[in-house]
Design a protein around this ligand. Sequence first.
Ligand code: ZN
Ligand code: ZN
Ligand code: ZN
Ligand code: ZN
Length: 523
Amino acid sequence: MENFDPKELPKRALKQIRSLCRGNGAQNDAIQIKNSKEKMISCQAMTTITLEPDIKNEQKKGRHQVGQVLENIDQVQKATQEIVKNTLNNPETRKTISNDLMQRNDQGFASHGELIGADQLNQSFSYHAACQNCQGQGSATCQTCQGQRQERCNKCHGVSMISCPQCQGRGTTLGPNNQQVNCNRCGGRQQIGCILCQRTGRVACRNCRGSGASKCGSCNGTAFFTHITHLIIKIKTLFEVVRNEHPPIITSTLEQKGAKLAARKHIKIRASQIKKDDGGLAIQYNVKFPYSVMDIDINGQTSKIKVLGYKGKIIKTPDFLDHLLGTKTYSLSEIAQNGASADSSLQKLSRTRFIGEALLLTLLHKRKKAMIELKRKFPIGASKNLIQNTILDSKKAIAKITQKSRLLGIGIGIIITLIMDIIYFFLDMRPSLLSIVGNPQMMLLIDLSFIILGGFIAAKISSYMAKRPLRQALGHLITNSAEKKIKAGSSSDQWISYIASALIFLILAFIAGENSPHWLTFF
Ligand SMILES: [Zn+2]
Ligand SMILES: [Zn+2]
Ligand SMILES: [Zn+2]
Ligand SMILES: [Zn+2]
C-alpha cells in the first residue's frame, strides 16, 4: 500500500460502475471516466474512552465470603468510588483497555457511543449485618405459644377431661343379664381425665417443641445477612475526526463508515494509546488513504463521482440506474396498474437485469426482504425510491399476469369441493361416518376438517395453476433450485378458497334434510 498509485482509483471506479450497468442499458464503451483528480489524504482522528460504572446490589441470607469483605456499607461505597476514580490512572489498566480495543479488526476506529464490557475490571464487595427482624439472634418468640412454651391441649380442648371412651359418655354399659350397670372405667361419671395432657389442659407447644422460640423466618435462623455490591464497569467510546482542510464528505464518511473502512483495509490507520490533556484515555489514529473526484460519462450524460480508499470505494455517485432504467420502470408500473398484454411485455422487461433481479427476488421473498436483497445487489447508483417502487411494482405485475390462472384454479377447486360435499351429505358418507363415530359432537370436528380440506385443495390448485404463466413470462430467470422456493399463490387466494369451501359446505348442510349436522340448529 506504500507505493499505491492514486491513478488506480478511476480504473477501479469504472470497473464497478460498468458492472452495475451491465444488462441495464449502457454498453461498456458508453461509460467513460474523465477529468479525474487524485491525491493522498492524511488526517488524524481520536477515540476517547470513558468508564460507565454500573452497580448491582443483592442480599443473601447468612454470612458468605463474596468478593472483598468489608465492615459496612460506607466502606463498600468508598471502595467502589475509589475504583471508578482510579481505574484510568493505572497505566496497566489503561494498557489493557486500549489494547482490547486496538486488537479488534477496526482497531476501535470510528467507534462512537459504543458500550463495551470490561469484565476484568468488575469487582464485588460485601459486608455482613445482623438480621433486623431477630436482632441477630437467629430466633424469635414463637408465634404459636407467644413464648409460653405451652399450648392448649387439643384432645380435651383445655378442659382436662374427655368423654369416657368405654361407655361413650353414657355412664352405663350392658351387664351380663342384659341390665344397665355402671361403667367400670369412669365409675358412672361419664368422663375420665385427659390422657394426653395428664389432666393439665396444656401440652408442650408443637411449633417450638416447648422452647418458646422459633427460627427467625427472615434470616432463616442464620442471624445475619450478606449485603453484596457488584461493580460492573463498561467502557464507552467517543469518536471524532480532527478537523482538517479536507472536504466535509471525508469527515462524514470516516465517522459513519470508518469502522468498516478500517476493518476492510480501505484506509490505512496507525493506532496508539495517548494521555489526553485532562489525563483521560484515548486512542489516536493517523489515517492515510487515496481520494479522488472525477467526472463519469454514462450514455453521454456527465456527472461527478467521489472515490475513497485503496480499493476504490465509491462514496458519492448520482443515481445513474434511475436514469438508465427510467422508461423500463415506467413500463413495469404500467403493467402493475393495467396488466394489459402483460405476459409478453413483462417477459421483455425482465431481460433488463435490474428488473429481472427484482422480479425473481419478489418471487422468492417477502416484500421487505426482497428490497434489502435488491439493495445488496445494487449498493450504489439506485435511489431508495427506485428500489422500493421496483419491488412493489414487480409484486403487482406478477399478481396481474397470474390472475386468470389463479382464479381458474380456485374455480376448479370449488367444483371439486362441491362434488366432495355432495358425496358427503347426499351419498350417505356423513351418515355412515356418524354411525361409526357414534357421537354427534365428534362430527363437528370431522365437518370442520372437511371444510379445511376443501379450502386447502382449492388454494393448492390455484397456486399450481399460477406457475404456468410465471414460467412462460419469467422462466428464463428461474433456476431449478429457485423453482422449489417460489410462492406463486397469494394470501388473498387462500382466504377466498377457505371461505368458498365453508360457504358451499353450509349451503349443502342446510338443504341436506335429515342428514343436516346437529350443530346447525344453533344458527
Ligand atoms: Zn433473623
Ligand atoms: Zn411455641
Ligand atoms: Zn365410662
Ligand atoms: Zn388434655
